[in-house]
Design a protein around this ligand. Structure first.
Ligand code: GRF
Length: 191
């Protein structure tokens, strides 16, 4: 039986698009059943619809910081779509530890740094400021610790002289689009 995958986004959804295309082409043995965004205006929602994937906007704001109540609603949508596996792809909402506990080893995330370095935000600027030779990206399992779960794969991207966070981010994103589908394909084979 095919693995039913949900992709959670908050923004442009370029990683989501690469994952959906890899599933639809058969490179990943899975089906993208729903894309959920906590930002109602996220450009990724229209991109999902254009790829014929169910797109659901689930605004976190009415929950006024009640993360558990937001996650209860999120679980409702995931269960309605009989989801087996969740891919976070630019999903900018912090989850309570309960959520990954309910979905143990069933949530992957892509993070734009060479974890365990630079958990959280502004990863590229922090790598540049530290004088690192490389930035990069990591795909990891999501646990209760922010950006802290076991790393499944990562790619280093050399930092050039005079790099800005923006142009480093652009080069890292190119690698994200290759790394995430490759890791997801392997992960699903081992499920
Ligand atoms: C990516 O750099 C991802 O690693 C980070 O947010 C960005 C999302 O980009 N968490 P997109 O929405 O997939 O285009």
């Amino acid at each position: 039986m095919t693995t039913r995958v949900a992709i959670l986004i908050s923004g442009s959804g370029s990683n989501m698009v690469t994952l959906v295309k890899a599933m639809q082409s058969g490179d990943i043995d899975a089906t993208p059943v729903v894309v959920i965004s906590n930002v109602t205006t996220a450009a990724g929602l229209d991109k999902a619809k254009a790829l014929n994937v169910n797109a659901v906007a689930l605004d976190h704001r009415p929950y006024k910081g009640d993360r558990a109540a937001f996650e209860a609603e999120l679980n409702k949508v995931l269960n309605e779509h009989n989801v087996d596996l969740i891919c976070l792809a630019g999903f900018m909402r912090i989850l309570t530890p309960d959520f990954p506990n309910q979905w143990k080893r069933k949530i992957l995330n892509i993070h734009p740094s060479l974890l365990p370095k630079y958990k959280g935000l502004h990863t590229h600027q922090r790598a540049i400021d530290a004088g690192d030779d490389n930035g990069g990206c990591s795909v990891h399992l999501v646990t209760g610790e922010l950006d802290g779960g076991p790393v499944l794969g990562q790619v280093a991207v050399p930092i050039m002289e005079n790099d800005t966070a923006d142009n480093l981010a652009e080069r890292v994103l190119v690698e994200e689009h290759k790394l995430y589908p490759a890791i997801l394909a392997d992960f699903i084979k081992q499920m």
